[in-house]
Structures are given as structure tokens and as C-alpha cells.
Design a protein around this ligand. Structure first.
Ligand SMILES: [Fe+2]
Length: 263
């Protein structure tokens, strides 16, 4: 690649990491021999894709290079406000790079009746999730949450034992609920109880070692979706869930690309 050095402006083209569109499409290529399975556990329906990418290692190396803000570093070192309570750190990406992934995942969702609706390419947003040894939790963000979008597709790019997504019901005073929409519909009392808990958690300002949550008197664990290397799991964001990751095991990084869609 030709370099241009502009000494007056103290900048050179070699400082930029540049790719062709063809390179990016190649990096995000879906493996034609991937396998797709649909599951139903209690009320949770989800789809898994095994051996998703043709070049997962090359894709991982490409994604790692994107700069990002680590909000926990910001908070612990400068005391700045948190804009999200997601654990670990996230990078955000241009959805255009992943349009072939979006097309494929939308087709899988529709063919497997996970969604009646075909989610067009512009509906998808992409970010990464990076969890690491020794990371902390804050505002009890190891507890179950629901997503601010309709569907999530987690694509795992590192090989970690005993990791995945744990699913929970919320146990109110009146009923037990699988998803937050059901809670909203069925009981004002339980909905208020849930909101009170979310508010109390947001007031907890301690940094404590991140621990995988396995349930308590308000949350019943009923399923774990394992996060095998180069697999994807697709589910509705309204079911309570949390990340399984043992931050006490040294030298581990759980890295995933996440696609999300919202109405
Ligand atoms: Fe989530």
C-alpha cells in the first residue's frame, strides 16, 4: 500500500489501518458447513449456530484493533459517570462491515421461527463484549438484566471453558416471570418491586470481584446456553439473563461480537 507522509501536518497514511471492502467481506465470511439448531427450554426459545465463521481467528484479530473507551477504567481512574452498566468493555462497530452476517442471521431467525419479521440489514447494530480475568462488577451488574433491544446474536471468538449466558425467571410476590414484557402486563405490584430492585442496584457504588450469578430468592436459574468457540446464540433480549464468566481464573479473555436489532 502506498504511503504518503505529510510532515507539515505531522501525519502519515501508515498511521491508519485500512482495508478494502473485499477484505472485510472475506473476514466476516460465514462457513457454509455451519450447523443450526433450535432449542426450547421452559418458555425460552433460542437458536444456536455452530462453526459459524470460516475465518474466526482472522476476524478476531481484525476486531481487536478497534479503539474503545473502557468505561470501568474511566470510572475507577477519573470517576466519570457510567453511561452503561454492561460488564467488561465494549467496542462499537460500523454495521456496514457486517452486512453479510446480518443477512445470514436474519434468514436463520426467520427460517427457524424465532422471529416472524425479517430484520433488514440497516436494523442491525454491532458491538463487542470483552470480559477478562480480574475484572470487577459495579452496580451489581453480574445480576440478571434484560436488553434494551429485541434480539441479540452473540458470536464467540475465544475458547473459554464454562462460559455462556445464564437465564433466569424473576420471582415476584404474585407470580414468576420469564420476560419483562410479561411482568409489565401481569402485575403492577411485581413490576414496581422489580423497578425498586433495579434502582437499588444502580445505587451500589462498590467495585467488587466479578462473580458469576447463579440465582437467589428473586431469580431462579433455569438454563445455561454454552458459548462454544465460533458458535452463535440468538435469543430475545426480554428474557432475564446474565453472563457466565469466571474472572478468578488467570489469563482468560472472553471475546464476542454481538449483533442486536430493535424495532
Ligand atoms: Fe444482555
Amino acid at each position: 500500500m502506498m504511503n504518503v507522509i505529510d510532515e507539515k501536518n505531522n501525519i502519515s497514511l501508515s498511521e491508519f489501518i485500512r482495508y478494502t471492502d473485499k477484505d472485510i467481506l472475506e473476514l466476516t465470511k460465514i462457513n457454509e458447513n455451519c450447523s443450526i439448531e433450535k432449542y426450547k427450554v421452559e418458555k425460552l426459545e433460542y437458536v444456536k449456530i455452530y462453526n459459524l465463521f470460516l475465518y474466526p481467528e482472522d476476524l478476531k484479530k481484525f476486531l481487536c484493533k478497534f479503539p474503545c473507551e473502557d468505561r470501568f477504567l474511566s470510572l475507577s481512574e477519573t470517576g466519570s459517570e457510567l453511561t452503561s452498566s454492561a460488564p467488561g468493555f465494549q467496542q462499537t462497530f460500523d454495521k456496514h462491515y457486517f452486512r453479510k452476517i446480518s443477512e445470514f442471521i436474519s434468514k436463520v431467525m426467520q427460517e427457524n421461527n424465532l422471529s416472524q419479521h425479517y430484520w433488514a440489514v440497516p436494523s442491525w447494530e454491532y458491538y463487542s463484549n470483552c470480559m477478562y480475568s480480574g475484572m470487577k462488577s459495579y452496580q451489581k451488574n453480574n445480576l440478571p438484566h434484560v436488553d434494551p433491544f429485541d434480539y441479540a446474536c452473540n458470536m464467540y471468538l475465544s475458547n473459554i471453558e464454562n462460559t455462556g449466558t445464564t437465564f433466569f425467571t424473576f420471582i415476584g410476590d404474585e407470580h414468576e416471570y420469564y420476560d419483562v414484557k410479561e411482568l409489565h402486563r401481569r402485575s403492577k405490584k411485581d413490576h414496581n418491586l422489580f423497578l425498586k430492585q433495579v434502582f437499588e442496584n444502580s445505587m451500589d457504588k462498590d467495585f467488587v470481584d466479578w462473580k458469576t450469578f447463579d440465582g437467589n430468592s428473586r431469580y431462579r436459574k433455569y438454563h445455561i446456553i454454552d458459548a462454544e468457540y465460533n458458535s452463535a446464540s440468538i435469543y430475545k433480549g426480554c428474557y432475564w439473563h446474565s453472563i457466565r464468566f469466571d474472572s478468578q481464573i488467570k489469563n482468560q479473555i472472553r471475546y464476542s461480537l454481538v449483533g442486536s436489532v430493535k424495532k
